[in-house]
Write a protein that binds this ligand. Sequence first.
Ligand SMILES: Cc1cc(=S)c(O)co1
Ligand SMILES: [Zn+2]
Length: 251
Amino acid sequence: NSHAHALNTVMFTVEIRQSPIDIVPHQASRDPNLSQIVLNYDRCTSINISNNGHSVVVEFDDTDDRSVIQGGPLDNPYRLKQFHFHWGEKGCEGSEHTVSGNSYASELHLVHWNAVKYKTFDEAATAPDGLAVLGIFLDTGDDHRWLHTITDALYMVKFKGSITDFKDFNPKCLLPSSLHYWTYLGSLTTPPLHESVIWIVLKDPITVSEKQLGKFRMLLFTGEEEDQRLRMENNFRPPQPLKGRKVRSSN
Ligand SMILES: Cc1cc(=S)c(O)co1
Ligand SMILES: [Zn+2]
């Protein structure tokens, strides 16, 4: 009898540019050719806020170049698609990138995609120069005067799969005073971990209060219909091997 030979080829992806990483400032090379980054968010259109079971996400209208990031390591403008956060269960950890081994309480990711070279976000998300993610550290201290707009809406997206309108929010209010940054080539930090991200991590954190951060920890990983309720916390990936990559520093 004939043997059915299944041609099951096993595919291995070689992971050489994974994120996040530990950033060691004095090992980063100051690159005079690195211009400042420019954020043109004034005409941004926020649409909704949702809980996707990994984080809380605010999405934007990315059908044209109304809100883009450019300059720095980027060859062309990248369109703002969404922003989301990563956080811990207590103040001392929660960020994804670390600085000389030190974590911040949380990290905000503003996700942009290269609409000049690629037709859709999904196509860009698998290309080596497809995405540009701006990372901003959150430190704990005083209340952040604008973050309450987001934390006041979190009760509406407590459960995985929940979504609600979230209009007229401009994330420019979440930026620190300085746009000095580190940049390196990396990946998404959640599955499918595509190696498609040009990372731009701001050196200066913003400050938010423990009370405001605590509201993120009331979110759930689980859906309303599930009997198990799992608090959404520690949704951060630990630092990954640098594998010889160079981190550059803006002036
Ligand atoms: C697209 C995207 C980017 C990041 S950094 C994330 O955590 C999830 O999805
Ligand atoms: Zn992220």
